[in-house]
Design a protein around this ligand. Sequence first.
Ligand code: B3K
Ligand code: ZN
Length: 871
Amino acid sequence: MKTETPVVKYLADYKAPTHKIETVDLEFHLDDTQTQVFSKMKITPVNGNTLELNGEELKLKSVKVNGEEFSNYKEENEILTLTGLPSEAFTLEIHNEINPKANTALDGLYKSGGMFCSQNEPEGFRRITYFIDRPDNLSVFTTKIIADKKDYPFLLSNGNLIESGDLEDGKHFAVWNDPFAKPAYLYALVAGDLAVIEDTFKTKSGRDVKLQVFVDKGNEEKSHHAMESLKKSMKWDEKRFRLEYDLDIYMIVAVDSFNMGAMENKGLNIFNSAYVLASKETAEDRNFFGIESVVGHEYFHNWTGNRVTCRDWFQLTLKEGLTVFRDQEFSADLNSRSVCRINDVRNLKAAQFPEDAGPQSHPIQPKSYIEMNNFYTMTIYEKGAEVIRMYHTLLGEEGFQRGMDKYFELYDGQAVTTADFTHAMSVANDNYDFSQFRRWYDQAGTPVLDITTKYDEAAKEFTLTVNQSTPATPGQPTKEPFHMPFLLGLLDSAGNDMTLALKNRDDQNDLDRGLLHIKADTETFVFANVNERPVASLNRNFSAPVVLRSDLTDEDFVFLMANDNDDFNRYEAGQALALKNIHAMLKDENHQVDELFIKAWGSILNDNNIDEEFKAVCLSLPSMIDVAATIDIPNYRAIHEAKDKLFKLLANTYKLELASIYNDLSTERPFKVDAKAMGERKLRGFVLACLSTVEEHKELARECFKYATNMTDMMNSLSVMVNENLPGCQESLKEFYDKFKDQTLVMQKWLSVQASSCDDTTFDKVQELMKDEVFDMNVPNLVSALIGSFARNKVQFNHESGRGMKFIAEMIRKVDAINPQSASRLAGAFNDYRKMPADLKEIAKAELTAIVESDKTSKNVYEKLSKTLNS
Ligand code: B3K
Ligand code: ZN
């Protein structure tokens, strides 16, 4: 039984720190198991003479105050309390020891392969040395690293290298100083025997910045895309946000064992190697895209996160929502804006909407947490970015950029709150009233808009009635209405946008851009001078992140698919129609798929004016999660089968057209990583998946695999073969393994594709794969690729026998003993608990209760699963 319930931290309890650490000089004597850390801090008291320092898993060796031994301290519950300290500025020296090799949690200083590296956000620094480890304590860091020269020729930390040299016994040292005061979560240290590629960037004010990407030896050729992405990011931020880089050097280091994508440490980003390394033979287009976007994201943090940081961790979305918005805009400016928006919304609906509808639901600014690492969520990041996007929609690009300038003018060098961000946006825009808008920060749950329309032919009036409601979420039974920007168009029968004029309202000023403000529970908008019944294009560009239910007819959706001037809504109309059909098929297995939908799908397929990537996304069916979202107790196997049936029907209906598109796209062309080339490969992969369900094309995937010259084609064909169990599947898997078994990033794809198959053989396959030498339970990427893919495999996780969820529960226990963050991610598989059928729910309940009650369970897993059980 769990003896102690973990402590809950509340936003309402925020108190400013009692002391400020002005500067800290660190000295590391690196050793696998006994690294010595010497820290000398200049401290200014702010309030009182008792100082509490955070410290976890540290061996304390000595404490000195103003150069004298000091013994007035006690260590309890991971806090070192020092009492009777001077009331004037003083120096505090601490010597402690850590064991990086034993640090399998990958939090603090640890070893990845032969390299030392660090991860300190949010609270990892306290696992390196005793410190005021909170984001509102900003200090200037100087670091001396001492290590063996042969094993660790590169010694890196934040800022500028100010000294280096050789020492006795084959050791050497380096001293780094970062002139920018920063919180400890942005501190980084790396030591290793690495390869490096270099470049330079000239900033708009003419300074030369040295750029370095460090990778394992032999991977240099795979790091050029990351370097190019970095230069593009620097240029884009100067152009679009007027923001220039501030140090003389920018370093990126790739490591294989990392808990997430990457980390924005000042001047020394540390990246999961999956977001650095890419070549056409080993990376898919989505990896190339992902690298560009994550390199951009971490670079953009230099201003939104590092120069202006968070007062406390409840403000996380201040830096993450804003930086995701910035990276989304970066991707949209460099690639296809429409496709980027569609993919961002697809991602939001597939992962954030379910989070907001389940046991982990929380506002973008949470009110409490047990383990902060559990709050790096889709809600804080992606919904947070949607909230920033709404400011942008309300104020327009110019107004938004004025707000950004004001934000930096007011808060550069400070640790601030989301309210400060809102303040900057407001004062830069004639004191824009965001008071109701602020509810987006406090209320959880996805709002639902129910919309009814009415056309009065005689009066030439079109009436739109919008009803908003937000479902209850844990701890928030009732909700107040949100202020949301709602973009709309009214289409005439020729498909043109009508001029909008509101009859009953005075808020017409945004109508020229089709913007309505929804504020009350029920809003009625009456449009005048509407000469024919219009088709309404609602919530264009997904301007409000909501679930939309309307009385639009199937004919309206077909019309919008073909004619809407908003690309997002052309896509969305297709999804709405497909969803209707899948729901009907689930209700009645003899349901005849609507001819209208089949025809509309075919028109998109045959439309030569649509670019390839947009075509591929428009033709894709809604995800299983989209379908499940509106069902109380979803049967995933039935959803899978219905989707499959619809997909086969469409593919068979258009097999001739599909084959001709496939042939056109199969002609030899040079490999490029641009939007056009990636779009063509995406459409070719989609068409291959369609054709592979047609009897006479069952051999096509194997053929495509055999002749593939890039990883995108290879994975497209391999996943089709695995999912459809097509001829050549086993040989292909074996050939793939033999070719790439020494490349862990590629093996992650191989593991993932097999663990994601809905087929009932997958369970045994996964057990077998866990014994393969390419798998390692200590590496989060591998855990996610194999066990995580199985946990996300809805059909197999929810297998009627309960074996899927029992296995995942066992894995949560095992992984938790190694790496609580990795385990906590797996625990997300049970978020559907409330929506499980009774027999599976019983099984889940027994498993989860045992984990929650165990003394061995980390607070990460405890927090997630106790919320799950209470839902
Ligand atoms: N800020 C880091 C995430 C840290 C996660 C800690 N569990 C990466 C990012 O969002 O850019
Ligand atoms: Zn971030």
